[in-house]
Structure formats: C-alpha cells, structure tokens
Design a protein around this ligand. Structure first.
Ligand code: WT7
Length: 652
C-alpha cells in the first residue's frame, strides 16, 4: 500500500444518542470530555487512576507505564492481583445470588449460574487442574463447545496462574495440533462433542487425531461430557471432567500473580506463515475489558448482556469470559447458531431472556436480514436498549435494518473496532454521548491515541486513506507473539520504528474525525468476521499431493463479507470437466481437514499459471479483480506471462 488509498464510501446520516438513553448512560458528554482531556494532559495518570478504580489489587502498583523495553511495554508492573478474583470473588458479597451466566443450549434448555455458583465451579475445577499437575505458567489448550464449562475452564486457569489458549471448536485436528505445539501446552480441555444447529461436532475425536499426529508436550486431556456419545479414553492420559472434579473442594485461594503475568494466548492469522500466538497480560487486559463493558456497552446492574461470539475468538474472551464478569453483569451465553431451529432463534433468545444489550457481527446481521423482517417482528424485542457490532465494517443498509427492525429505532448502535491484539475496543462510540454514523466505528475511546497516517507516519488529511495506527501504548495491548519475537516486531512495530502500533488496517477519517475502516493492508481475508491468512490457506492447498501451486484471494460476498477464491495449479495436466469437479471437492475437503470449514474455498479455479511479475511475485491485485469478474483495465505488460489472463478469467 504505497500509493494513497482513495476512499469511495460516502454516508451522510448522523444519529444522535436518544434522549432517554443519554439520560441514564454511565458516560455523558461532559464526563466523556473530561476523560479525553485527562488522557491528553496526563496520560499515565489517566490510566493509573482507572486501574486503581476498576481493579482490586492484592498489592498496589507504584509504576504505571514502563516503556524501558519498547516495544514490549509493561503496565502497572510492580502490582499484584488475580484476574479470576476480580471477575468473581469480589462480587460475592453484593451479588452472590445474581445471575452471572444464563446459558441456553442448542436444544433450547436453559441454565442459570449465579456468581456464587460460578465461584464454586471455578474453584473446584481449579483444584482439579492442580490435582492434574497444572502449575502457574503452564499452557492449557481449551477446545470446547459453547458451554459454561468453557468459561469455567478459562477462569480456573486464571485462578491458578496457568495460561490458557482457547482454540475455536470449528478448527480442525491439524490446526489444533499446530496451536498446541506452538504453545507447548501440557493439557487439552475438550468435550466428547459439541452441539451446534442440531448437529454433533466430534471434538474429542478431533483432539485424538491431533494427538496421533504428534503433540509431545501434552500430558493430560480433560473431557467434559456434553453429548453422551461413545469416545475413546486413553489410559493414563484422558480423564473425564466429572471425575476430575469429584471430591475437589469448592474453595481455592486465587494465585496472586504479577500484573504482567501472561493471562492467555490466542492464535490469530497474519499475512505470512503460521498463526501468531498473541499473548495478553493480566492487569492491563482486565482493565480495558472492564472499562469498555462500562463505557461502550454501558452495562448497568440490571442489564442482560448477550455477546453472540464464540469463546474461541477474542470477542468471546473480552465480552463473555472476562469483561462482563469483571463488572458484575448478567449475561446470556448461547450454544447454538442463529438459524436453528429457524431464523428467529436470536430474537427468541433476546425475548426469552430479556436481553437489553446485544452484540453480534455484521455477517450475522446480513444473514438474518435476508430472511426478512417478518421473523423478528414475531418476537418481543422491547427490552433491547443498545446494539453492537464487531468484526468488519457494517454496510449502511445492514446498519439501518439493525437499527430499525431490531432496535425499533430507539437503540444506539455501537460499531466497535478492535483486534485480537488490542484486547478490547479501541475505536467505538460512547453511546450516551456521541452521535453515530452508519458504517463508521466513530472515534477512539479516551486514552486510545488512534490515527490514520501515511508511509512516513504523518497524519493524513480528512477523507484520505492511510494506515490505521495507535500512537501510544495502552494497557490491554498484546505483549508479544508467543515464541516469536521477530514476528511481533515485524508485524506491528517495525513500520513506524517501534513508536506507533501498526494495526494492519487501512482507514480514513472524515471531517468530523470519525474513522471509517477500509480493509486490511496485508493478505488477510475477513470471512464471516474472522481473519484468515491467504498464506495459510495456500500452504494447506499446496500440501495436497496433487497441487503444485496455489494463490488465494478474497471476493466480496454479500453475507460473509469476503469469499475465499483459490487459483490452483495441479501437478500434471490441468483438470477439466468431471475431473475438475472431483478435484474441487477433494481440495475443499482437504482445506476443511487442514484448517477448518471456515477456510474452505468457495471457488477453486484450475489454471496452468499464475500472473507473475518479472521478479516472480504473484500479482494479487490482478487476481482480486479477476475473482470479482472485473474488466482488466490496468497495464498488464509488466507480467511475465500475460497470456495466462484469459485462462484465469475462465475464457480459455
Ligand atoms: C480485524 C481484527 C475484534 C474482534 C473480531 C475480530 C476487522 C474488527 C471491525 C469494525 C471494521 C473491523 C479489522 C481488524 N474489524 N472490528 N468494527 N469495523 N473492521 O478480531 O480476528 O483479531 O480481527 O477485524 O480488519 O483488524 P480479529
């Protein structure tokens, strides 16, 4: 992205915070101005005050930001705390009988877990982990369905200072194995199977395959029984969850850790190589998780919050497993999918549990919008007061539908920009204080110094595209890429000399300073709101015995955001007809097996060559245009093999 990125989106509508909402909001205009001013004038003091207010410290900190080892910034690093204590124990006196989690299963049963119950479950499982010889600093991989035990397992790790790494249940055995090995995990916590949309997902079987393919660091596997199916239990290695907790006490003193003690790893796609193990630290992460649940979701004691993300993604960490608990909220956790048993499921869950604050992804909104407004109109959505989105830019049409049909025109929409690496919301409206514009994630939160800059790091003029950066460290920033210092530096810090954090997105700001995200600057696709590295999918394809070379690009897709298009060169002759069809199926299955169904190419096009420059680089921009079906207007004479274009277009 060296030439300037021109922006094409123009959206003029502005929605002011509804008066009724603003009247009760935690942060009003005056308070917001005060927070911004404090952050500008006394950056460290701003974060220090908030850290003292929001967190219960075992030992108070005296240092706020330590930048002596930049870009490894540290926060509050002489303080001590326990994150699980802050999410659970500190609420017991005032909120012990309050619902922490209202879980609804795929089949429609529900279960309420109070803060007291959660405490007992977490403490008991924490003791079980210790009994299975998990110690502070050990890595534990969690590969679970959306059951409360997933949160219990995460909180139990935090309680004893073990470092969890949740792997999304939709990832394949191979993807699971790679993450286990990179993390050097000692234990996997999984379930016999998961239930999603009426189907059974064989998690234990996949975990077994991962073990067979080599996970030398794994000593134990804990298996939660969800589906009552038959699974293999390996003698000496595997133990049922119910057996592991049997006889364990429901008291477990939280392990006090340093503020910077790693809380978790979470793997995310990058443009090159394997997924990166993004490492977060305890106190800083907890602070932004708690704050954004108050500032952006405006959570009050009587709210019922529902974030529809899976715990396998960062959204499910910050807005299910940690943040809502840190602020003592009640939340819904849902095991199923939006369209099972029918397209009214989300709205039924909102109605049945009286959801007041609802957070989902644009891809889900678009999918449900396609089913028509009659479905949501059948449900009572009058309790909703705030709506949120995350994962990709929301198109104004979907924004308006969400606003009118779901929010009844009365609920502000918070479009929240952030990343696995940022830990919590960075750019998002404060709903009682800031006007919103459909398609814009609005402005940076207090203390988050986001900007759009050119190649030299200078702020660009309004309505010009550039690199989205964050100019000062913030508490919930990633601390490193696990086992890969070089990638930590090259992905985020080298571009702007360790001074600015490079988010990897392009963006523009309009004349009001509002941010509009334009897309990724690297070769990363956004499929249903999830980052997929094109390179990862390419490596999976070329690892198939019949594939010589592959290039993957994205094509706009009206529900998923982007669809995966793969250009594949096979060994031997280019397959055509039935042979091509069989090969397409084989490769789609192969990618599903290697990475998981979300990475499965939507289109596979067989070719005899890829468009390459004379220096041998694949011209991705050209492939993207071809995938979109655009006319090729740019000069292709610098290509080494111009004659391949008609074949790529399917014309030969
Ligand atoms: C990438 C981060 C953060 C949780 C979900 C995905 C895109 C995220 C928005 C938004 C436009 C967005 C960006 C970002 N993204 N939120 N509100 N508007 N784009 O987490 O997998 O780490 O992906 O998602 O491209 O860099 P992730």
């Amino acid at each position: 992205m060296s030439e300037n990125i021109e922006s094409v989106l123009h959206e003029e509508r502005v929605f002011n915070p509804p008066e009724a909402f603003a009247a009760n909001a935690r942060i009003d205009k005056a308070r917001l101005a005060e927070l911004h001013e404090k952050a500008e004038k006394d950056y460290e003091g701003f974060w220090g005050d908030l850290a003292r207010e929001e967190i219960d410290w075992h030992k108070p900190f005296t240092r706020i930001l330590d930048d002596s080892n930049a870009p490894h910034f540290e926060w509050f690093n002489d303080g001590e705390l326990n994150v699980s204590y802050n999410c659970i124990d500190r609420h017991l006196e005032t909120r012990g009988d309050k619902a922490a989690i209202i879980w609804e299963s795929d089949e429609g049963d529900s279960l309420t877990i109070t803060y007291k119950d959660l405490h007992d479950r977490v403490a008991q499982f924490a003791n079980a982990l210790k009994a299975q010889s998990i110690e502070k600093g050990d890595r534990v991989v969690i590969y679970m369905p959306m059951v409360p035990e997933a949160v219990v397992a995460m909180q139990a790790c935090a309680r004893i200072g073990a470092i969890h790494s949740v792997v999304f249940g939709g990832f394949s055995a191979e993807a699971l194995r790679d993450r286990i090995n990179d993390a050097g995990a000692k234990m996997v916590i999984t379930a016999d199977a998961g239930k999603r949309g009426g189907r059974t997902v064989p998690l234990k079987k996949q975990a077994d395959t991962a073990m067979e393919h080599g996970c030398p660091s794994i000593e134990k596997m804990v298996v939660y029984r969800r589906a009552e199916g038959d699974v293999h239990m390996e003698d000496g290695r595997d133990v049922w969850w119910h057996d592991a907790i049997d006889g364990q006490s429901t008291e477990c003193a939280p392990e006090i850790v340093d503020a910077e003690h790693p809380l978790f790893l979470l793997y995310t796609s990058g443009s090159t190589g394997k997924p990166k193990g993004v490492q977060h630290a305890s106190a800083g992460y907890l602070l932004n998780a708690a704050l954004t649940n108050k500032w952006v979701f405006d959570l009050h004691d009587d709210d019922v919050f529902w974030c529809t993300a899976d715990v396998g993604w960062i959204t499910g960490h910050t807005y299910i497993a940690y943040g809502p608990l840190a602020v003592g909220a009640t939340q819904v956790m849902f095991e199923g999918v939006p369209t099972y048993p029918d397209g009214g499921r989300f709205w039924k869950v909102c109605q049945d549990h009286g959801v007041t604050v609802f957070y989902t992804a644009p891809t889900a909104i678009r999918a449900l919008m396609k089913l028509g407004e009659d479905i949501p109109r059948n449900y009572d959505l009058s309790r909703l007061r705030l709506l949120g989105t995350v994962g990709e830019p929301i198109n104004p049409e979907a924004w308006m539908w969400y606003h009118e049909v779901i929010g009844g025109g009365r609920c502000p929409i918070v479009d929240t920009w952030w990343q696995t690496e940022t830990g919590a919301h960075m750019i998002a409206p404060i709903p009682g204080a800031e006007p919103t514009k459909p398609g814009s994630c609005t402005t940076a939160l207090p203390g988050i110094m986001a900007d759009v800059v050119d190649d030299d790091g200078n702020s660009v003029d309004p309505d010009h595209g550039g690199y989205l950066v964050i100019k000062k460290p913030w508490p919930s920033m990633l601390r490193t890429v696990w086992n890969n210092e070089a990638r930590f530096r090259s992905s985020y810090w080298e571009k702007f000399d360790n001074k600015y954090y490079l988010a990897g997105d392009s963006a523009r700001r309009d004349r009001d300073g509002y941010f509009w995200i334009m897309g990724r600057i690297d070769d990363v696709l956004s499929v249903s709101g999830h980052r997929l590295g094109t390179m990862e999918i390419e490596s999976a394809l070329v690892s198939h015995e019949k594939v010589a070379e592959a290039a993957v690009v994205g094509r706009p897709h009206d529900v998923k955001g982007e669809a995966v298009v793969a250009y594949v060169i096979c060994k031997g002759d280019r397959p055509t007809g039935d042979e091509a069809e069989a090969m397409t199926k084989a490769l789609r299955d192969w990618v599903t097996q290697e990475i998981g169904p979300i990475a499965k190419p939507d289109d596979i096009r067989f070719t005899e060559g890829l468009p390459k420059t004379r220096s041998g680089k694949i011209m991705r921009r050209l492939l993207r245009s071809i995938a979109k079906g655009e006319e090729i207007t740019s000069d292709t004479s610098t290509l080494e093999n111009e004659e391949i274009i008609p074949q790529l277009q399917g014309k030969a």
